[in-house]
Design a protein around this ligand. Structure first.
Ligand code: ZN
Length: 305
């Protein structure tokens, strides 16, 4: 009857019986969100305590390369780094072990069985370079820290790692535009160089479309639609919540939203192509280097400019 605290966790607080939540029952809610930059650094350091580390590891840098990672992901990064050190026959974890394990946790292990033919490899190299160039010429706030075309077990054929200089909580309309242009940079480069497009950009297109739709329906960034929310209450998105969502707009408005989303994507794609065409020499040089080395560092990439 005394000194007992009952805790419970759920992903679906929206679907709980209100009787459970009355005062004296489960009456206090503690939302557990993804850790921010400071939180990620602290979590990494905490898990690093259990592992022998080389002195002078830059945990702040690792935290900056892992936006969106959960506490479990970060624990896993340290664990993978320790396994890598053991595999290499070392008794201490180095910065490189951690950097490499970020790749593993974010994108999956290097996949040995995926053998791309030469043409596919070339397409991937140009695709990733396209992302990197657009990111580099648009703004200096999220410099490209690495480009690779090593296939990973989680499906990516290559990727560009960008490390933001600071964590952002507010994005301007222009910044969201830049982000969409960056997402479309891969497809744009493919079209410019090969005059045809591949299925490799499907995830980019999905993300770009989601961002554009949020600009229109959630952030009030479309003059035509105005500052009206046409999005469901997405601050409380839980698994399966979409089922309960009811439409609160007319067919006409839904059509206008689609048209606005299309306008944003079309404009951004045109801008991505323009930026890449303006830097076509860098595109060819970078893709060539990538084909040769499969992996380009920030310094090598910046030197190409
Ligand atoms: Zn891409």
């Amino acid at each position: 009857h005394k000194g007992i605290v009952v805790l419970a966790a759920t992903n679906r607080p929206d679907s709980l019986d209100p009787a459970l939540l009355r005062p004296g029952r489960f009456d206090r809610r503690i939302p557990v969100e993804l850790p921010d930059l400071v939180g990620r650094e602290a979590i990494l350091k905490l898990h690093a305590n259990d592992v022998k580390m080389e002195p002078g590891i830059d945990f702040g840098f690792v935290a900056r390369t892992t936006p969106g990672a959960s506490g479990a992901d970060l624990a896993n990064i340290i664990n993978e780094a320790a396994l890598r050190a053991v595999r290499m026959g070392r008794s201490r974890v180095t910065q490189e072990d951690i950097t490499e394990s970020v790749d593993v946790v974010i994108a999956g292990e290097k996949k040995k069985s995926t053998v791309l033919n030469d043409h596919e490899k070339e397409v991937v190299a140009y695709h990733e370079t396209g992302h990197a160039i657009v990111a580099a010429v648009q703004d200096g706030k999220t410099p490209v820290s690495k480009i690779t075309i090593v296939p990973r077990t989680m499906g990516a054929l290559g990727y560009v790692m960008q490390v933001p200089e600071e964590e952002k909580y507010l994005n301007s309309k222009a910044e969201l535009h830049d982000m969409i242009v960056g997402l479309l940079g891969g497809r744009a480069a493919e079209e410019i160089v090969f005059d045809t497009v591949t299925t490799g950009a499907s995830n980019d297109i999905k993300q770009a479309t989601n961002e554009a739709r949020k600009m229109v329906t959630r952030f009030g960034m479309s003059d035509r639609i105005g500052t009206i929310n046409y999005d469901d209450d997405s601050d409380e998105v839980f698994i399966g919540r979409d089922l309960a969502h009811t439409k609160t707009m007319s067919e006409a408005v839904a059509g206008e939203i689609d048209a606005e989303v299309k306008t944003i994507i079309t404009d951004c794609y045109a801008k991505a192509k323009k930026l890449i065409e303006e830097n076509i020499d860098v595109l060819h040089a970078c893709a060539g280097l990538l084909l040769e080395k499969e992996r380009i560092t920030r310094d090598e990439f910046e030197a190409l400019f």
